[in-house]
Design a protein around this ligand. Structure first.
Ligand code: SF4
Length: 201
């Protein structure tokens, strides 16, 4: 979406500070498992392209994340093509855009082995709370904010819950949204873009 190029080296720091919960989850899972299924790779890969990770850096990033779980030969044969494809360099050469919340919430529903999707929509309330407190140390499990978040989820207002996480983790008040005209979360790339802008302010 914005600005200067992002390198493979920078992703870990950006993930910790600025990724939306869905992308944070995907990244942590990839880091832990050195493996990711198709829709997860697609959701995270297009997001990374959107934050400014160029193709060459994307190849470095994914090769590193798979690590020794995969030979170079396998990586080159099965994965390099897919990465290049998602950057519009193979096949139809389509420039696939990063997925919006709406797409993530409603298409390709994840199964139990999958890590793609939206944590607010696709995790059990208990797993969601555990994930949130481990990913965002400023969020306390027994806080009023957490109750707010879980209430929004119960009412299927997933983007409201996600916006509340953004507010709490960026020192913003309820209703401030992404810190600009009360804008709420509708796209993971926008979430990250606003988070980086707030840090730079
Ligand atoms: Fe990601 Fe959107 Fe869900 Fe937030 S509401 S976690 S940005 S899909």
């Amino acid at each position: 979406t914005s600005g200067a190029a992002v390198t493979a080296e920078m992703v870990d720091d950006l993930a910790r500070k600025h990724f939306s919960p869905c992308m944070r989850n995907l990244y942590e899972r990839l880091k832990r498992d050195h493996h990711m299924k198709h829709f997860g790779r697609l959701q995270l890969g297009l997001f990374l392209k959107g934050i400014g990770l160029p193709l060459e850096e994307a190849v470095i990033f994914w090769r590193r994340m798979y690590g020794s779980s995969m030979t170079d030969d396998k990586f080159n044969k099965e994965y390099r093509y897919n990465i290049r494809h998602s950057y519009g360099q193979e096949g139809k050469r389509a420039n696939y855009p990063p997925k919006s919340c709406q797409q993530i919430l409603t298409t390709n529903q994840p199964g139990t082995q999958d890590s793609h999707g939206c944590p607010f929509r696709h995790f059990s309330p208990d797993n969601l709370a555990t994930f949130l407190v481990s990913s965002y140390p400023t969020l306390d499990r027994s806080s009023a904010e957490m109750r707010d978040i879980l209430d929004s989820v119960k009412n299927s207002h997933y983007h409201v819950a996600c916006t509340r996480v953004f507010e709490v983790t960026h020192g913003l008040k309820k209703g401030d949204g992404l810190g600009k005209d009360g804008e709420t979360v509708s796209h993971p790339n926008r979430y990250t873009e606003r988070s980086r802008e707030i840090e730079a302010d």
